[in-house]
Design a protein around this ligand. Structure first.
Ligand code: HEC
Length: 115
């Protein structure tokens, strides 16, 4: 009887150990997944910024020199309305589509977010 008891205890300790090990693994996996998500979001933002930057350089220099972003004190909202005004002419609509203005707004908005 005494020996049996010992076997049970060893079993229980062993199971607890395995359980700890498995739950430890599970949390590291979820943490890694979360990190990967954040990383992917960053990557997507960078990609959007690259697209926005390219559009800004190409499209906003058609009628005038490329505006020097830092030379204007505009907030993201003000940039947004300026882009709307720029875009709201027949001439501009030939050069810039609505989708492109949205991407340029996103780019300038993120650049000037801290204002
Ligand atoms: C169809 C031609 C055209 C395009 C395309 C255009 N602009 Fe302009 N933009 C103008 C004109 C014309 C003025 C001058 C208006 C004025 O001085 O009153 C101007 C002036 C500006 C100014 C100065 C405004 C101020 O407050 O002094 C900024 C900033 C500007 N544009 C930004 C942009 C940005 C950003 C884009 C790209 C989304 C863009 N523009 C695309 C025609 C255009």
């Amino acid at each position: 009887m005494k020996r049996r008891c010992n076997v049970y205890i060893i079993w229980i300790v062993g199971l607890l150990f395995i359980q700890q090990f498995i739950s430890g693994c599970a949390t590291t996996v979820t943490k890694d997944l979360h990190k990967e998500d954040l990383y992917r979001q960053d990557e997507q933002k960078e990609e959007m910024d690259l697209i926005g930057q390219k559009l800004f350089r190409n499209k906003c220099s058609i009628c005038h020199e490329l505006p020097e972003i830092d030379a204007y004190p505009y907030t993201p909202e003000q940039w947004s309305s300026i882009i709307d005004i720029m875009h709201d002419t027949k001439a501009a609509k030939k050069f810039i589509t609505i989708e492109e203005t949205e991407k340029i707004k996103g780019y300038l908005g993120r650049l000037t977010q801290t204002r």
